[in-house]
Design a protein around this ligand. Structure first.
Ligand SMILES: Cc1cc2nc3c(=O)[nH]c(=O)nc-3n(C[C@H](O)[C@H](O)[C@H](O)COP(=O)(O)OP(=O)(O)OC[C@H]3O[C@@H](n4cnc5c(N)ncnc54)[C@H](O)[C@@H]3O)c2cc1C
Length: 398
């Protein structure tokens, strides 16, 4: 018998937002997460203005802003000279619904999404439940899982693999992830340090080779994210020994800081060759992975979630043909390969690896001009929209 329920593999932000959208459309959805709770390592912390409408549509934007905060200010800091170029998303005021970005750890966003899912009569979340096998036919998918209760087989009409960069679902489908791996690693740190005192905005791009960083305020209690870069050939076990030298060079004023958490990450630019195999569809980092400079990783995952939950619900309710899921695969790969991946790569080079002062000055000139001219500033902010895929079933996106 044909089944209409959906299993979402992975309780990361992509999987949870997709599940929320499906549940709100009346689709029975179960999220399976291998960890016992939401993974809280320091990762995404800033949500671009352009993804906020989608969070609003699944009902979690207001709470996300209340838990974190809205911020329209961005600053480009040139570490060597102390120059600060200030931009403001207010350049889009009157044109977009949310002319600001939201700051909030992605684990907190996930917590909000889980709380909303648990209030839905259509959704369930199972923790400590690892997907280890998949078998599909024309009617549905049989999913093998391992949980503290032992091995089990679950049945679903459709499966969404939102299980992150090391995706088991992708591997079970036999899909390759072509692309490249960078020779550097990122070190994402959560530190207590008063960047505001030195003229930093809540969100900053600190340009310097080799001490560049993305610096973003996480909360109003003095916690900031500072993500820097080092050679991947250096031993991971000794990051903590090298860290004081980094902050000595990179902090703008006094050098005392409190390290709260840190996490190293390898970086890639990679994408699968298709995001749908029959009744199994990939989304988020499971399908495409980018270095996080510019915050285009989760932005891409959320844009996947927005079109996928709408398209799959329409297929399940008999309002759209299954072919819409192939269009999802084509359009989301295109947005990643043509926009997200090249833009994140260019941004990474500018922030951390400017080759010469002439090259850097040419790049900065564009930002200086934008700081003086609202219409240029507007164009810079509108680039985030290029990553979006408009509704595949003809519903107007706000
Ligand atoms: C340092 C850093 C900073 C970043 N900053 C930003 C930013 O500011 N803005 C931005 O847009 N992006 C940012 N990103 C990227 C962002 O973190 C990722 O794109 C995002 O986590 C992808 O979400 P996801 O839900 O697709 O995958 P994940 O968050 O990786 O979630 C996958 C989930 O699947 C679970 N899982 C895995 N395997 C299985 C299995 N077999 N069975 C069941 N469950 C399983 C995992 O435990 C996990 O909970 C950053 C990344 C890094 C590394």
């Amino acid at each position: 018998m044909r089944r209409d329920n959906v299993i979402v593999v992975g309780a990361g932000p992509t999987g949870l937002v997709t599940a929320l959208g499906l549940a709100r459309a009346g689709v029975e959805v179960t999220v399976l997460e291998s960890d016992p709770a939401i993974v809280d390592s320091p990762r995404a912390v800033v949500y671009h203005w352009a993804v906020l409408d989608g969070l609003d549509r699944v009902g979690i934007l207001e709470e996300a802003i209340r838990t974190g905060f809205a911020n329209p200010e961005l600053c480009i800091v040139v570490l060597k000279t102390g120059e600060k170029i200030r931009l403001n998303i207010n350049a889009l005021a009157g044109e977009v619904t949310h002319p600001y970005q939201v700051h909030l750890g992605q684990d907190k966003l996930a917590e909000i999404a889980v709380a909303h899912l648990l209030r839905s009569p259509h959704a369930r979340v199972r923790w400590s439940t690892r997907v280890v096998g998949l078998r599909q036919d024309g009617a549905g998918v049989s999913v093998s899982v391992v949980s503290p209760a032992g091995p089990e087989r679950l049945e679903a009409g459709w499966v969404i693999g939102a299980d992150g960069g090391h995706s088991t679902v992708r591997q079970l489908l036999g899909l390759r992830m072509d692309g490249m791996t960078w020779p550097e690693r990122f070190v994402a740190t959560n530190i207590r340090y008063d960047f505001a005192r030195y003229g930093y905005a809540p969100a900053n791009v600190v340009i310097d080779a080799p001490y560049g960083a993305i610096v973003a305020k996480i909360d109003h209690a003095g916690l900031w994210r500072c993500t820097y870069c080092e050679a991947d050939s250096l031993p991971e076990e000794t990051i903590l020994e090298r860290m004081p030298a980094y902050f000595q060079a990179a902090l703008p004023g006094e050098k005392r800081y409190e390290l709260v958490r840190y996490s190293p990450y390898r970086m890639h630019q990679r994408c699968v060759d298709r995001m749908r195999v029959g009744r199994v569809v990939l989304a988020g980092d499971a399908a495409h992975i980018t270095n996080p400079t510019g915050g285009l990783g989760l932005t891409s995952g959320l844009y996947d979630a927005y079109v996928l939950h709408e398209a799959l619900a329409a297929v399940i309710h008999g309002e759209a043909d299954e072919g819409v899921l192939d269009r999802y695969s084509e359009e989301r790969r295109r947005a990643f390969l043509e926009h997200a991946s090249p833009e994140a790569s260019n941004f990474k080079r500018m922030v951390y690896h400017a080759k010469s002062d002439e090259e850097l000055q040419a790049q900065l000139e564009g930002f200086r001009a934008a700081a003086r001219d609202q219409s240029l500033q507007r164009l810079i902010f509108l680039t985030a929209k290029k990553l979006e895929t408009p509704s595949l079933i003809g519903r107007p996106a706000r």
